[in-house]
Structure formats: C-alpha cells, structure tokens
Design a binder for this molecule. Sequence first.
Ligand code: NAD
Length: 311
Amino acid sequence: ESKGKIGIIGSGLIGKSWAMIFASAGYEVVIYDIISSQVKDALTSIKDQLADFSKSGMLRGSLTQEEQFSLITGCNSLEETVKDAFYVQECVPEKCELKAQVFKDIEPFVRDDTILASSTSCTQPADFTRDLKRRSQCIIAHPTNPPYYALLVEVIPSEWTKPEVVERTKNLLEEIGQVPVCIKKMVPGFVSNRLQYAIICECWRLVTDGVISAEDIDKVMWAGLGTRYAFMGPLEVMHLNSEGFENGVERYGSSIERVSSTFGPIPSFSGEGLKEVVNQMNERVPLDQLEERRKWRDRRLAALAKLKQEL
Ligand code: NAD
C-alpha cells in the first residue's frame, strides 16, 4: 500500500535526487519535465544510479533497488503529476518568473493540504509566491548538492506560509533521512551559501595576497577544519575545545575579533587575481579531467556517508 504520492517538477540533477530519496523511504513518486524526452532519460539515469548505489552498499532505505525504482514513474502531464500528491517539490531552473509560473500552473490541481515546496538556491520565497492563491501552502526546501549524500535541507517559509506547513515539511524531510534546518528570517543566500561565500571570500584574499597557494588553502579545509566539520559545527567545536562556549569566548574571543578586523573589504572576483586563481586551479585539475575528478569526489562522499550511517 502506498505511503502517499510525491510530485516532482523538473527532472534534472536535483529532481532526480529528490525522486530517489523519496522512493528510498517508500513514497510513490511521479516526476515531470517540460521536455518529455528528459523524463525518459531521467528514469534511465535513476535506474542506473540505484543499481550503482545498491552495488556499492550505498542504497538508502530498506527496500531493494527494484522496489524503489518501481515506486518512481515519469509523467508528461503536469496535472497528473500533482493530482492527489500530498507534497510537490519544484526543481526547475533558477529563474524567478519560471518558478512563479510553475506554481501558478499547478495550483488548480492540488489539494488544500498539499505542500508546495521549491528547491530554489537563492530566490526569496515571497518573490515567486506573492500572487498565488495557495501561497500559504508554499515553502522552500533547499537541498545541498549532492542531496543523496549531503543531507542538509534549508527550510524557508515566507511570511504567509502556514506554520503547519513548516512543521509537516520538517517532519517529512526528517522521516526520509534528510537533515532539515529552519531559516526563521529572510537573508540573502539563506545560511549555507552565506557561510560558503564567507569562506570563498577569505580563500580568495589569502591566495591573491600571496599568503598561500590555492592547493594549500584547499588542504586547510579538507585536512583541517573540514575533518571535524563533517561531524560537528564550529560552535560545538568551540564549546568542546574549551570548558564550554563561554570559557571559549574568554580564551579566544579577543583573538577572533582582532583577526576578523583584518579581513578587509569584499573582493572583486576579476582582473589579475582571477587569472592567478584560475591558472592555479586549471593546473591542479585540468578542465578535461573534471569529470574524472567528479567521479572521484562522489565515491569519497559515498564512503563518508556510509561511515556516518554506521557511526
Ligand atoms: P537542471 O537544469 O539540471 O534541471 C532543471 C530541469 O527542469 C530540466 O530537466 C528542465 O528541462 C526542466 N524544466 C525547465 N522548465 C520547466 C518547466 N516549466 N516545467 C518542468 N520542468 C522544467 O537544474 P538543477 O540543477 O536540477 O536545479 C533545479 C533547482 O534546484 C534550481 O532552482 C537550483 O537552483 C536548485 N538547486 C540546485 C543545486 C545544484 O547544485 N544543482 C543545489 C540546490 C538547489
């Protein structure tokens, strides 16, 4: 018996990931795309990926790969895709007007209790839901790439999202094994990208100021900070590295303030600095080896995800 139906709009990278994640938890998934051939290709790719996950012991959930695949169907009708779905996840390209149109198109076909979630990375929720009749059912559920291994989902309601929709979205995401966090107040970039951009800016300054090479700064992240960030965040790191957070502030607070005051203005990602970083990066991973390196990355992420499951 079906646990309930999920409608996925857009069968690109993110749409396919959501489909596999929901199916792994036993939900019936219907996936739609504006390009019908894309739906067919997406199903083939999902089947292959499920087989790979199964082979490497990385398949999520307790169902077999065949059982999971049988829960996913493609559809060329938007109406059929969302009809009777209790949750819809929009995964179309990052254009505000396009997203607004998609939500407007599905609105007439969904139930009063259907959650309408968007995967958007940077559009503010109010921007594309303002004029919708069902705007109180809309919410952002922003995944982290690759969602199958990186479990964080930023859940962002707008001022008119019903509180009940926020709760149900969080509960559903937790149930399927993702890690939802709720963004309580609108800020550009949400939270994950704000942190990422702060790090990228400081990496840029240090490399273009000649403090460290691009290769070595990446080592600082993966061999140093990133090692513990895979298991705990910076606030808990500070809490544990001292006798609690307050003691951490007593010990390190003034250093943090002194060093942070030297960060300087937001860099401009252009000119000689850009050439320098691009050259160093292209030398490390030549552009014709990106695909190979991505595969290597995905194997590593899979191994880490497996380890985290076992701990
Ligand atoms: P993608 O380009 O891989 O896929 C988008 C799909 O949407 C394509 O298959 C396209 O044919 C389809 N599409 C276009 N217009 C449509 C319409 N009107 N109706 C139905 N389908 C339509 O993009 P993606 O990387 O999967 O990103 C989707 C969303 O997820 C974006 O908002 C993106 O910002 C967000 N997101 C992406 C990442 C990432 O790293 N790729 C991470 C988090 C969130």
